[in-house]
Design a binder for this molecule. Structure first.
Ligand SMILES: [Zn+2]
Length: 294
């Protein structure tokens, strides 16, 4: 009789030079076909069927931990309870990898959206869940989500889930003077921010370089990899600026292909590492082989 209905832990370690990078699953969310723009529904269905994927489309949610120079950082921090019962698993997976939230020195955000930043603060108490961490985020994210005029213009759901939830998550860190903003460039030793605005105004990829090895954590360059790798022009209903999001995706795809970079993706299926290639003008994603030894 099958006793397990869940995998044991969504934790996967990988070395990039001297940096221990850990993929951490926050879970997944199954969305309807209406999330896509720029593609007929039958085509998304055909791509998912071809690739033996779950229908309706499943969005996996990952964060990454970096342990380097005796310090611990997270890139994004999970969704807590805002995305429903299939998400919010990051705290358990963090515990499984032996990281005490109080030991986290910094949380780098790829952007402020509930599946990336809602793990910062306990909404019931306003307590910082990473009490000793600074939050490191692109200045455009703060400027955008804290703009009252834009918030007033937003439809009810994005206003609640993006503007209000984002503010609730960030305010306790701001009050404690624990938010550091950047525009681009090196944000930590060996970690460089690359702005890829479009999905949100301050959407950022982070390049981690150590010992001659490189990893790009590309945030939400894709949400449903099967669809947006095959069809990079497909945008999402929750892109702030869909056209800019599509251009940024094309720029990142070209960069990772020409530099043959290892990718870490927030919405690649766990453990979220892989490479891309381009053949006859079409992209494909090759998941990295499971490493038995770190
Ligand atoms: Zn996302």
């Amino acid at each position: 009789m099958l006793e397990f209905t869940r995998q044991v832990a969504g934790v996967y370690h990988r070395k990039i030079g001297d940096v221990l990078v850990t993929g951490l699953s926050d879970g997944y969310v199954d969305m309807g076909y209406t999330i896509f723009r720029n593609i007929p529904e039958e085509e998304t269905k055909a791509i998912l069927a071809r690739d033996h994927r779950i229908s309706p489309p499943r969005i996996s949610v990952n964060a990454f931990a970096l342990r380097m120079n005796g310090r611990t950082y997270l890139i994004d921090c999970g969704s807590a309870d805002i995305m429903g019962p299939t998400c919010g698993r990051l705290p358990a997976n963090l515990a499984a990898t032996g990281i005490d939230p109080a030991s986290v020195d910094g949380v780098l955000l790829t952007h402020v959206h509930p599946d990336h930043s809602n793990g910062l603060t306990d909404v019931a108490t306003g307590a910082r869940l990473f009490p000793n961490a600074e939050v490191i985020v692109h200045e455009n994210e703060i400027n955008h989500w804290f703009n009252d005029e834009l918030m007033a213009k937003a439809a009810e759901r994005p206003r609640r889930r993006y503007f209000e939830a984002g503010r609730t998550q960030l305010k306790p860190y701001m009050a404690a003077d624990r938010v550091r903003t950047f525009r681009k460039g090196e944000v930590l030793p060996g970690v460089t921010a690359i702005p890829i605005a479009g999905h949100t105004p301050g959407h950022t990829a982070y390049v981690i370089a150590s010992g001659g090895q490189t990893l790009i954590v590309w945030g939400d360059t894709v949400h449903v990899p099967e669809i947006q790798v095959a069809r990079p022009e497909v945008t999402m209903e929750f892109d702030s600026d869909p056209q800019a999001a599509a251009s940024a995706r094309q720029m990142v795809f070209d960069m990772v292909v020409s530099d043959d970079m290892l990718i870490g993706g927030m919405h690649l299926h766990f453990p979220g590492f892989g490479h891309m290639r381009r053949e006859a003008g079409r992209y494909s994603l090759v998941a990295e082989q499971w490493a038995f030894e770190i």
